[in-house]
Design a protein around this ligand. Sequence first.
Ligand SMILES: Nc1ncnc2c1ncn2[C@@H]1O[C@H](COP(=O)(O)OP(=O)(O)OP(=O)(O)O)[C@@H](O)[C@H]1O
Length: 250
Amino acid sequence: MPATESTAPWRISGGEPSIIAESLGKSFLTGNVRERILRNLSVSIIPGELTLISGPSGCGKSTLLAILSGMLRPDEGRVRVLGQDLGQLRLQELERFRLMHTGFVFQGFNLFPALTAQEQVMLPLRYIGMPAREADQHAWSALEEVGMAGRAGMRPASLSGGEQQRVAIARALAKQPDLLFADEPTSALDAGNGMKVIDILHRIAHRHGATVLCVSHDPRLIGHADRILTMEDGNILDDRRVDVPVAVYS
Ligand SMILES: Nc1ncnc2c1ncn2[C@@H]1O[C@H](COP(=O)(O)OP(=O)(O)OP(=O)(O)O)[C@@H](O)[C@H]1O
């Protein structure tokens, strides 16, 4: 496990891509119609940045995120993450790889109703074998980093949507992953809470050198990413950098 100090860099960004995807193709069968969702898509993602994937509904954003994070296998092409060809890993090895190196934040928070914020964040740490006392400290640091340490003893029903999403981010953050994936993390939140979440994701990339890849069609987020990939019809139409400085949430 890397450093415990929450503001310490986990990884130093050397400009080398942490994710390299080449010639990805993916189809889904609906009834007896096979629909091509991704077509010959290639992309590299760099650590230390918040990269946003935007584009119209149904263009394949979540499918791409699922493939780049190792949750879904492509039909064609290959994905290298941290130098590892995901296609070479057996299912169990892939699960282990994801557990050790990636965190995921979902639109619907996915918190356990019966657990406090502290317990939610500790759970995956205990699952990877971290001793209780250490897991407790890591969970506390992660909650502190997202501004939720003061609510560590509260259960989801007593937290607002924005607070629940910040707990979910702390849970993904606590194991200090190399890569953090987020699928529409702000879509259930109002403007203010959505902005806090995106600023936290941005800060995770910049302070810790993590690769942060976020799917969203929320136009408010565009100025808050470092790089925007715009998808249409299963491919990347536009790839651009955002120069505007980002306000850091405190
Ligand atoms: N497991 C699946 N089986 C069949 N079709 C699927 C499956 N997953 C996704 N699709 C289809 O693939 C297309 C792309 O889905 P995807 O969720 O990647 O799009 P998206 O760009 O993230 O959309 P949105 O912005 O609405 O979430 C959609 O038409 C969807 O219905």
